[in-house]
Design a protein around this ligand. Sequence first.
Ligand SMILES: Nc1ncnc2c1ncn2[C@@H]1O[C@H](COP(=O)(O)OP(=O)(O)OP(=O)(O)O)[C@@H](O)[C@H]1O
Ligand SMILES: [Mg+2]
Length: 264
Amino acid sequence: MTTLTTTETVLSVDHLRKIYNEGTEQANMAIDDVSFEVNKGEFVCIVGPSGAGKTTLLRCISGLAAPSAGTVTFEGQRLTNVPDQLGLVFQDYSRSLYPWYTNGRNVALPLAARGMPKAERAVRVSEALASVGLGHVEKKYPWELSGGMQQRVAIARALSYRPELLLMDEPFASVDAQTRFDLEDLILKVRRELGITLVLVTHDIDEAIYLSDRIVVLSKNPSVVKEVVDVPLGEHRSQVETRSSDQFLALRSHLLSLVMPHGA
Ligand SMILES: Nc1ncnc2c1ncn2[C@@H]1O[C@H](COP(=O)(O)OP(=O)(O)OP(=O)(O)O)[C@@H](O)[C@H]1O
Ligand SMILES: [Mg+2]
């Protein structure tokens, strides 16, 4: 018996170009020509050297910045502002949570902004914090938590309104190695449980392989797509076994050859 599987494109980036301060003497082309697609339920990582335009790309994908040329299509609609069904987690958790609000209130903010009634909000906040293993910190403040816990609160906030697509910019860059592994596994678990589509930017090639179904490799600035690499490691991954498998190591050397083309 043949099974027909249909893939639904959630996000489509088509010949995107971004020039900052266009038309002035300070004009700076951050992205030259980037195209790729993300299918429903997929986990795509974007890797590229510092300054390649990764944050710029995420800002264009989320509707926070307008492209200079090309288009971003989200769920079949050309993107012109930040869609409600999009979640964002930025690198700097210390600046993304409001210190004068409790963690629960921080998580509730996007729900309140969407006009959700208070009683429903309370249930959602508890669910979102529980899904990142932080059910007990709702009434505490962000500054009472460790960095990794604060980043989990930021993830809970992005998940609270059940986005179709979650965009993350270097979300685990400022935590220690052990916390980073834990957060990677947490995001894989959340993905399995909620079936959301994820796009994550990282400098770390090993992290990109561990997490993704596909990796978009960007060149240095102004960026173009060097290659889109398939990562057929299956749904269940484990930090020790997956990272030491032959398949993982082969992908790693291929990606290294792409980011270090001269064998540096
Ligand atoms: N608001 C801005 N105005 C003008 N130029 C900018 C702006 N933001 C970024 N740039 C420039 O765009 C280019 C790409 O920056 P971007 O922050 O997107 O890179 P990145 O790949 O995210 O880097 P990193 O890995 O260091 O985070 C850089 O040359 C940067 O100086
Ligand atoms: Mg960046």
